[in-house]
Design a binder for this molecule. Sequence first.
Ligand SMILES: Cc1ncc(COP(=O)(O)O)c(C=O)c1O
Length: 390
Amino acid sequence: MASPYSARSRDIEPFHVMALLARANELQAAGFDVIHLEIGEPDFTTAAPIIAAGQAALAAGQTRYTAARGLPQLREAISGFYAQRYQVDIDPQRILITPGGSGALLLASSLLVDPGKHWLLADPGYPCNRHFLRLVEGSAQLVPSGPETRYQLTPELVAQYWNGDSVGALVASPANPTGTLLHRDELAALSAALKQRNGHLVVDEIYHGLTYGVDAASVLEVDNDAFVLNSFSKYFGMTGWRLGWLVAPPEAVADLEKLAQNLYISAPSMAQHAALACFEPQTLEILEERRGEFARRRDFLLPALRELGFGIAVEPEGAFYLYADISAFGGDAFAFCHHILETEHVAITPGLDFGRFKAGHHVRFAYTQSLPRLQEAVERIQRGLRSWQG
Ligand SMILES: Cc1ncc(COP(=O)(O)O)c(C=O)c1O
């Protein structure tokens, strides 16, 4: 029967991992001990000073809409954060507070994409990006990206895939699902490639702060015209508070504000008040400790998986993901994920959730579990490999 709903809603794919998650939850409800390595969310609860600031805001009755651009004091705090972390001067007027990085993506795609136009996106990549584009009647030009470019777009790939309908490129550094970065010179080269074509460069920096042994450069260090989205979800550990931001060139802000007013009126008020505590030294200290913990997990899981035969060609420098090639074991990644879940009760995400390019041979591990749980997961996966008949 034909769907009574819109073509755009039909075209948007669900997260394939949700079927796995449902099964994982069933197993859990039946009493099995499931290790969840499929979830892209820090396992830590929000740091205590942020929760306290949120509670104080509620007690003080901060329950109303804020301005569509967000609380001025939060935009100033973010501007201060750019000055301190990246030595760049970002006028708070250029910062819009959004409901999560997702809200920033919605604003950017609504502003920059007309029907029929597209952005270049690396494949594999964060799946919602192409769905946001579909929602605004544009589309994604997926660019197959492998280990040779560290799964990132390059000026050469831009030249190869750009056509008359291209209006920009969206990149993520660090990226989901690969954890790879675009370094300062690479961001500058991409920026030049886009400028040469009058295209927009949008950079998703939501995993900034979660890099190990290296600091991520912001594209704003090399390109003042780029659009940057960021979030309080990952480094700041506030996934459920739904808060992010967008930095835009000054001339785009009035249009973005208009879109924000219409799309969601304002980001959550109490979350914005809570987020003011993010930039306090005592909070940053907690967040840096957590960063250290993620680094220890990566340093354990990466060699352990390689040892088992998973192909991780590029050392991820950030986020909390490992994107692994399972070709050595044979078979399809989706079936592989089911096998590991059913036999060993470890949940991981199939490559299909991140695009098409070699997706059937890849899986993503999220190291959002404690070290002992990761150790246990590796033992179980080793056992699961013995019974896998790919
Ligand atoms: C690359 C990337 N961008 C954006 C988001 C959106 O996150 P949020 O809306 O919680 O900020 C995610 C979430 O996992 C992500 O991985």
